[in-house]
Every structure is written in structure tokens, then in C-alpha cells.
Design a protein around this ligand. Structure first.
Ligand code: IPM
Ligand code: MG
Length: 367
């Protein structure tokens, strides 16, 4: 049966990097029996300009009815003056919230070819393979009350609420433990139980879940600040890190940099069974290089690969794409963000073309 993939390029470099993922999709439709229908729509600033809202109801309906969603990036200085509820970022948050995509998977893998692109020493990052499981629909991103109020004395007060319930912690904890079982069987849970009640509850609930259902998995608790420090001191100590929305936002950017560039980190956001997954690079819209054919499309292409694996039941194609990413890096091609001496700097579109060429080779080799 034909599956449906909604394509939301978004703002900044979004359209360019999505363009390269589309090349991969076209290749797979032509050469690898990928039976998929694409629907294109707007999100973020583009949607705000066209529809007056960063994520329109009609787009939401399209997404609900799809099998998966592939997004580029949202945001940019053009919308800096827009109210929070209409900002490009609010569009993405609405999409995550409406579909209840509570589990955000951000794998940080150091490809051998990129070991020198990391800002850490090669011996510290070589072979790194960690998975950040970030809670995505709760916490301070969505907690109430929130706002900015006028205190009347020339002062204002800005406030947000960090809040988690038992159910929210348990369901993300389950995802982390289940994924750890398919990996190296270790979970590190990061919070600030030393200063925050929500962190204390997080630790208690994760501990209880572990004791009741997952004693075969090794569990460690860590304060989020220590976790940030340990990630650059000795990142290979981690397997799966499970953490809340805000800490996960920060720790995943840090983990991404260990791999050489934010431009390499894909992500999957998953909800209940049957709900379409959302796949997007973990990096932002990089307005400073938008439209210049400079951005690294690999995080987006690896996000497509995650979509094939987790939503579209084409793990074979996901393997082929990941293998081709390795091959293209081994061949010396580098976009500016991962460029280092002795390699060949290529554009966004060159990188996409090189990857597609590798796909054909990899497929021929497998046959
Ligand atoms: C991310 C981004 C988003 C977030 C922004 C664009 C709303 O930084 O996906 O990590 O903060 O979640
Ligand atoms: Mg982020």
C-alpha cells in the first residue's frame, strides 16, 4: 500500500537541505521500490507569511493522516518581532504537541571519517555512539503559568513553569529502557533533583520504573550539569541518556558537536503506535548561510533514514542510506561545517548528488 510522507521544508536552509533528501527519495522511488506519495506544505515563518499562523489547521490534518513527516528547520530574524504564539518555533511546537510526539530520539554517532572534525581529541570521540532520548511535549516548554507581566514600577517579570507528571516520566522512561535493551543496555537519567521538585519526581519515577520492569538494564542517575560536563570529558561512558525537554535540548546540541557538527545530527519524534513520526535534523535554520548552497544536508538525509526505519518499514533502505553517508565521507567530501585540511569542500547540492551516486553503488554491491 502506498504510504504518505508530508514534506515541510520550513525556513532558512530548510528548503535546500530538504531538496537533497528529496533527491534520495526520488532515487529510492525509481530504483528501490519505495512506494510513497509526497505531500508538501508550509511550517514556521513561511506558513506565518502565507497563512498568518506558523502551523495551519489544514497542515495539521495532512500530517495526522500521513505515515511520517519530514521537516527541514524553522525560524529566522525576519520573524523576531512576532508574538511567541505565532513565531516560527511555535509552529514546530504545535506540531509536536498536537500529535503528542513525546519521545525525541537524537543519536550522536561519530563516523570514523569525521573523527578529526570533532572539537575533542580523536581518542576521546572515536567510535562514539550515544542516543539522547529527550522528552518533547512537556516540561518548561509547555508548562503553565507562563508569561511576561508588568510589575508597574518600571520592572517586568518573565516566568515559565517546569512541570512533569508521573505518566509523562514513565512513558519516556519506558522508551529509553526499551531502546537501551537493543543497544548496550545502559541508561543515564539526567535531571536536577538537587534543586528542582520536578527533578526529584523524575528521579523517583525512573527509579521505580526500573525496579518494576527493567532491572536487566543498568541505570545511573546524573545531575544534568554534571552530564553536560561528562559529555565533553568522557562521552563514551554513555549509551542512552534520558532527560527532560529543556535539558534534552541543550545536551543534544552538545552531543551533536562531539560528532563534528550540528549538521550531522538527525532526530525522530515518536508518539503512540499508529501516530505518524516526525523526522527533522536537530540543527536550526542557519539564516546566516541560507540560500548559499553551503549547508550540510546529511542530518536531514539521516532523518529520512530514521523515517524509513521507524515509520515506513524500510530498514533495508535506511541501512543503504547510512552506508552511503559513510562512503561519501570516506571519499573526502565535506561541506563547510565539517571541512578540515586535506579534504574536498563541496556544496549542499554536490553532497546530495555524491550521496545518490553512492546509493546506486551500494545497491549494486549488495545485489
Ligand atoms: C530543537 C530546536 C527547537 C527546540 C526549537 C526550534 C523550537 O532547538 O529541536 O532542538 O527548542 O526544541
Ligand atoms: Mg535545540
Amino acid at each position: 500500500m502506498t504510504q504518505t510522507l508530508v514534506i515541510l521544508p520550513g525556513d532558512g536552509i530548510g528548503p535546500e537541505i530538504i531538496g537533497e533528501a528529496l533527491k534520495v527519495i526520488e532515487w529510492a522511488q525509481e530504483h528501490a521500490e519505495l512506494d510513497i506519495a509526497l505531500e508538501h506544505d508550509l511550517i514556521g515563518g513561511q506558513a506565518y507569511d502565507a497563512y498568518g499562523a506558523p502551523f495551519a489547521d489544514t497542515t495539521l490534518e495532512k500530517c495526522r493522516n500521513a505515515d511520517a513527516i519530514l521537516m527541514g528547520s524553522v525560524g529566522g530574524p525576519a520573524w523576531d518581532g512576532v508574538d511567541y504564539d505565532k513565531r516560527p518555533e511555535a509552529g514546530l511546537l504545535r506540531l509536536r504537541k498536537e500529535l503528542d510526539l513525546f519521545a525525541n530520539l537524537r543519536p550522536a554517532i561519530v563516523f570514523d571519517a569525521l573523527v578529526d572534525a570533532s572539537s575533542l581529541k580523536p581518542e576521546i570521540v572515536k567510535g562514539l555512539d550515544i542516543l539522547i532520548v529527550r522528552e518533547l511535549t512537556g516540561g518548561v516548554y509547555f508548562g503553565n503559568p507562563r508569561g511576561i507581566e508588568d510589575l508597574g514600577n518600571g520592572q517586568r517579570r518573565g516566568f515559565n513553569t517546569q512541570v512533569y507528571t508521573t505518566g509523562e516520566i514513565q512513558r519516556i522512561g519506558r522508551v529509553a529502557f526499551e531502546l537501551a535493551r537493543k543497544r548496550s543496555n545502559r541508561v543515564t537519567s539526567a535531571e536536577k533533583a538537587n534543586v528542582m521538585e520536578s527533578g526529584k519526581l523524575w528521579r523517583e519515577e525512573i527509579t521505580a520504573l526500573h525496579a518494576s520492569d527493567y532491572t536487566d538494564v543498568e541505570l545511573e542517575h546524573m545531575y544534568a550539569d554534571n552530564c553536560a560536563m561528562q559529555l565533553c570529558r568522557c562521552p563514551r561512558q554513555f549509551d542512552v541518556i534520558v532527560t527532560d525537554n529543556l535539558f534534552g535540548d541543550i545536551l543534544s546540541d552538545e552531543a551533536a558537536m562531539l560528532t563534528g557538527s550540528l549538521g550531522m545530527l538527525p532526530s525522530a519524534s515518536l508518539g503512540a503506535p499508529g501516530v505518524p513520526g516526525l523526522y527533522e535534523p536537530a540543527h536550526g535554520s542557519a539564516p546566516d548561510i541560507a540560500g548559499q548552497n553551503k549547508a550540510n544536508p546529511l542530518a536531514t538525509i539521516l532523518s529520512l533514514s530514521m523515517a524509513l526505519r521507524y515509520s515506513l518499514e524500510r530498514a533495508d533502505l535506511a541501512d543503504l542510506i547510512e552506508q552511503s553517508v559513510r562512503a561519501v565521507l570516506d571519499s573526502g567530501a565535506r561541506t563547510a561545517d565539517i571541512m578540515s585540511e586535506g579534504f574536498r569542500e563541496v556544496s549542499t547540492s554536490d553532497m546530495g548528488d555524491a550521496l545518490v551516486a553512492r546509493l546506486s553503488k551500494a545497491q549494486a554491491a549488495a545485489a
